[in-house]
Each structure stands twice: as C-alpha cells, then as structure tokens.
Design a binder for this molecule. Structure first.
Ligand code: ZN
Length: 218
C-alpha cells in the first residue's frame, strides 16, 4: 500500500472508531503501514477526528523519524511503531479509550480477560493480557504493550484503554470492537456469578486456528 492509500485507510478508521462509539473527543489514535514505502501513517495529536484531512496525518519511518506532515504525530507514536516492528503480520493499529475496556483495565480485580467465548479466541487470539501502566507516550508503555499483546489481535492497557490490531484496518477495528464488547460481557456476567471457562481442548484448537486465520508472524 502507498502513503496516499494508507492515509485514506486511517481517515476511514477514524470515522469508524467514532461511529462505533469506541472513542470520545481526541482520545485514541490510529496507524496504518504504507509498506510500499517502508513507513507508516499515524493520526496527529489532539485533533478532532471529524475534522481530519489527509494533510493532517503524519508519515513516520520505523526509526521514529517524521518523514512528512505539518502536524505533531500522536503522543503514542512509539507504541504504534514498536507494535508494527514486532508484528510483521499487522498492517493497522487502533488504540481506543473505549468505555468498558478502560473500565475493565482499571479494575482492581481484573488481571486479564479470559477466553470465555469463541470470538475472543477466533478474532483476538485467546485470553487478553493487561499491559502494565506506564505514562502515556513513554517508551516503557510501548514496550509493556508489545509484550502484553504477544501474538494476539488485542490488548488492554492498565488505567488507560485498549488496542486492536489486524492485517487490514477493518480487522483492527473489529478487534477493538470485540474487545470492548467482551469487557462489557465480563461486567454483566459478574451479576450472574462470573464467566464460565470453555473446555481446554476446544480453547487450544481454536487458538491454533486463530493464529492461522490471522496469519500471525513474529
Ligand atoms: Zn491512549
């Protein structure tokens, strides 16, 4: 994909993130590889998603150098860069501060999101870890997030939010949406005694199928 197409994907991703209610105001950020040119495109910092044009997006290389763009890149540019560097299968990264995912990741009793439903495994890869807290924009946060993401398509961020990744922008958005809905289900199930585990054998085979479907490479 070239830079022009990657920019259009990022803008479409921003609109979808707002339409799906996965973010409010300027929270969250999105990136997409322009693999034909060895760079990626990322949203700028502190701009209303509904006002963004292709010229507002920032083009960055994998050393973290800004290649073009008149705006400052998102504060989480290092996190997007490290995820893309560590996961060759990932083309798009969607970071949200969606309600239930953030509530879950900020809860005392939540240590991880269990693989309680088929879509948690098939779309996200299995149980979802919560990356340790580090200040927004820090390299520590980028490293903690990459570690907690592993080979999955989603990760939660302690006292902060969530991330969905995928081989297309649509896949990354779907991952962010399924993660949000799964956290919502986790809260509802508390009223009914908590989440039930799936049979271990089923989980193991579904995880393997998910890795193949998502084309995970590291
Ligand atoms: Zn954030």
């Amino acid at each position: 994909m070239d830079i022009k197409s990657a920019k259009l994907e990022v803008l479409a991703g921003c609109r979808a993130m707002v339409d799906k209610g996965l973010t409010v105001g300027t929270a969250g950020n999105i990136s997409m590889r322009a693999d034909a040119e060895g760079v990626f495109v990322i949203t700028p910092t502190s701009m209303d998603y509904s006002l963004l044009t292709p010229d507002d997006l920032v083009v960055v290389d994998y050393d973290g150098k800004i290649v073009s763009g008149k705006r400052k890149p998102s504060i989480e540019v290092s996190m997007h860069r490290l995820i893309l560097l560590n996961r060759p299968d990932v083309q798009a990264v969607v970071h949200t501060h969606s309600l239930y995912a953030t509530a879950f990741a900020s809860s005392k009793e939540a240590t991880f999101l269990p693989a309680f439903a088929i879509e948690v495994i098939s779309y996200l890869g299995g149980e979802i870890a919560i990356a340790e807290f580090a200040p927004p924009g820090s390299l520590e946060l980028a490293e903690a997030t990459v570690k907690a993401l592993g080979t999955n398509a989603g990760v939660l961020m302690r006292n902060h939010g969530a991330i969905g990744v995928g081989k297309t922008m649509r896949d990354a958005l779907t991952a962010a949406e399924i993660l949000e809905k799964s956290c919502q289900i986790a809260f509802f199930s508390r009223i009914m005694g908590g989440l039930l585990d799936l049979p271990a054998e089923f989980v193991a085979s579904a995880k393997q199928k998910s890795l193949e479907k998502r084309g995970v490479r590291r």
